[in-house]
Design a protein around this ligand. Structure first.
Ligand code: AMP
Ligand code: MG
Length: 321
């Protein structure tokens, strides 16, 4: 770990770390973020590993320009354009339909992506020099307080981050306000740095208290992806019970009984949980679109990222019990 003052030279080093698939902690106006190249699924998987989250949670993509937004999301709605004009750069996150280039590990499998343009010179320079969005949650370990100084990041996650850019204190100090505008309603998913009333003044009444995301209990969020077709854990007895069905299988590191199945996917040939995590959601999406009757997925060991992988799979399997 290197703790560096956020000079142009050090920002350049941080850009190189991101290009190489590493992690950089950086200041934004809300809190410090732990960031990875948002187009690099394995680098994004590292974020979950380092934060020791027991579950995947969709991440915010941080952008530095509207051209970058055009690459990653759809936003034809005039109210969305209005909010962008009025509040970006700033502590407002918009949930938008994602484009294909955004890896599913960023969105935890959802078809929408959370995006914002931070109002912080260091963050904007880092993102624009990388030339790609940075996926970043707050740089605290799971269930601890969000960091508003570089020192907080050092204390909580220091040893596992390649570079921590010290850009002083975060001015806003609370997370961004999250808004989603749908055809028939406009929702506030999380109150934050921009007051609800200001947004309502701009675009009218928001609903969503019934939907409010409690950032302290990520497991409770009602924003989880599960495949459209039934999914079960792989076992000899499930195989036997589903003999005549069209089955797609996701194995962890090697395939067993190849000829039983219509499609076989391997999460990581070398048994690397980080690679497995980076592919999980993409495989589920691929299989759910193949006209199969059933997905069978092999359980992985419940350590490191395996805990988050099994959390996600268990929730998906439970849906079809
Ligand atoms: P943080 O990165 O800690 O500021 O947290 C990001 C918040 O945005 C989390 O509470 C996520 O659940 C929420 N979020 C991210 N992507 C989406 C999405 N596509 N739909 C709804 N909420 C999202
Ligand atoms: Mg957080």
């Amino acid at each position: 770990m290197k703790l560096l003052e956020a000079t142009t030279e050090n920002i350049n080093s941080a850009v190189q770390v991101l290009k190489d698939g590493g992690l950089v902690a950086f200041p934004t106006e809300t809190v410090y973020g732990i960031g990875a190249n948002g187009f690099d699924p394995i680098a994004v998987a590292k974020i979950f590993e380092v934060k020791k989250r027991p579950a995947f949670n969709p991440l915010i993509l941080h952008i530095s320009s509207i051209e970058m937004l055009d690459k990653i999301a759809e936003y034809s709605n005039s109210k969305i354009k209005f909010l962008i004009d009025k509040f970006w750069p700033g502590p407002l996150t918009l949930i938008l339909p994602k484009k294909e280039i955004v890896p599913y590990i960023v969105t935890s499998g959802l078809e929408t992506v959370a995006v914002r343009m931070p109002n912080n010179k260091v963050a904007l320079e880092l993102i624009s020099k990388l030339g790609k969005p940075i996926a970043a949650p707050s740089a605290n370990s799971f269930s601890r307080l969000s960091p508003t100084k570089a020192e907080h990041v050092v204390n909580q996650l220091g040893e596992n981050i390649d570079i921590i850019l010290d850009g002083g204190n975060c001015q806003v100090g609370v997370e961004s306000t999250i808004i989603e505008i749908l055809e028939d309603k406009q929702l506030i998913l999380r109150p934050g740095g921009i007051p609800t009333e200001e947004i309502e003044k701009a675009i009218g009444k928001l609903s969503g208290s019934e939907n409010v995301i409690n950032p302290n209990s990520p497991g409770q969020l009602q924003i989880h992806y599960a495949p459209k077709i039934p999914i079960k854990f792989y076992s000899e007895s499930e195989l036997e019970a589903n003999k005549n069905k069209k089955i797609g299988v996701i194995f962890f590191n090697e395939s067993k009984f190849e000829n039983h199945f219509d499609v076989i996917k391997i999460l990581s040939k070398t048994g690397d949980l980080r690679e497995a995590a980076s592919k999980l959601f993409a495989f589920l999406h691929e299989l759910e679109n193949l006209n199969l009757d059933l997905i069978l997925v092999e359980p992985v060991e419940k350590s490191n990222l395996g805990i988050a992988i099994m959390d996600r799979l268990t929730k998906a399997v439970n849906k079809y019990l």
